[in-house]
Design a protein around this ligand. Structure first.
Ligand SMILES: [Zn+2]
Ligand SMILES: [Zn+2]
Length: 295
């Protein structure tokens, strides 16, 4: 590609120009700068990139679960083995999610660049170091999980449940695509945690790159889709990281409609005694028996 001169008006022409004068930049940084230079409109550039990242990773991460369900792979690891979603059900769910993305989320994503600029998020190069990206995302996971726990728990209060959260609970045995199957109001309430935690962090520290935000959103999408997958494997993350919530935690929430309100971690449910796992039920029964004996 270096030997041929590409037309200057095209994206790859821009990339070539930037490469010539910025040899110190990494390939990812050059691709990034070329995108903004080629678009010549930062609001559009960020808006399109944000929407594309969301769609690509949401459906890209859900698709393997659709194949696993339809082809019957890993049947023995399915949590509610008698409730495998049909292709029709998954297609109907995907249509609902797509409609919500285009009607509710797209206009909001368009506001992302002005909001990011207002809050001081960086869109320039160089990219932050791997360490900065990692520790900031770890903090966002903890912050979002806290937001999610309390707001999700509130959404289970009778009137709010009926008016908003019931839609998400249409599937008592969830599957990957159902992660964002929810009322637009719920998407806004719970999505607010995902977007506002990094914004809040940036407001206090003035140190956040939009790339870190994208990686965070992608990882949060993966977490939500995997938690809805309906599969519990011997290699699932919570076997190695005992405080990670994972699919068995959230699957039970969909099956029983009670407890396990957190998104990523188990500590809030444990601390506030809303855990719904066989171990927690056993522990509660044991405590009741103990209390009766001491009376
Ligand atoms: Zn719920
Ligand atoms: Zn759910």
């Amino acid at each position: 590609m270096n030997s041929t001169v590409l037309p200057p008006g095209t994206y790859w022409g821009q990339y070539q120009d930037i490469t010539k004068s910025n040899t110190h930049l990494s390939v990812a940084e050059r691709l990034w700068v070329a995108w903004y230079a080629w678009m010549q409109n930062d609001v559009l550039a960020t808006g399109i990139m944000s929407f594309a990242v969301h769609e690509l990773f949401y459906f890209g991460r859900s698709l393997p679960w659709v194949f696993i369900d339809s082809l019957g792979f890993f049947k023995r690891y399915k949590i509610q083995s008698n409730k495998v979603p049909s292709l029709r059900e998954q297609w109907d769910c995907a249509k609902f999610v797509l409609l919500s993305h285009f009607t509710v989320e797209l206009p909001q994503i368009w506001l992302f660049h002005p909001m990011a600029q207002f809050c001081g998020l960086s869109t320039s190069i160089p990219f932050p170091s791997l360490w900065t990206i990692t520790y900031q995302i770890a903090i966002f996971f903890v912050m979002e999980d806290t937001w999610h726990y309390f707001l999700h728990r509130a959404l289970h209060w009778g009137p709010l449940y009926k008016a908003i959260h019931k839609i998400h609970h249409q599937y008592s045995a969830p599957f990957g695509l159902a992660a964002e199957y929810a009322s637009p109001i719920e998407v806004m309430i719970l999505g607010f945690g995902t977007v506002s935690c990094p914004i809040l962090w940036c407001a206090f520290t003035g140190n956040l790159h939009i790339l870190t935000m994208y990686i965070w959103i992608v990882l949060r999408l993966f977490q939500a889709i995997d938690a809805h997958s309906g599969y519990e494997f011997p290699w699932s993350l919570h076997h190695f990281l005992s405080f990670w919530a994972g699919a068995d935690h959230h699957d039970l929430h969909h099956e029983k409609f009670i407890g396990n309100y957190s998104s990523s971690f188990r500590w809030w449910d444990y601390l506030l005694d809303t855990e719904y796992t066989p171990e927690a039920l056993k522990r509660r029964r044991g405590e009741k028996v103990k209390a009766k004996k001491t009376q």
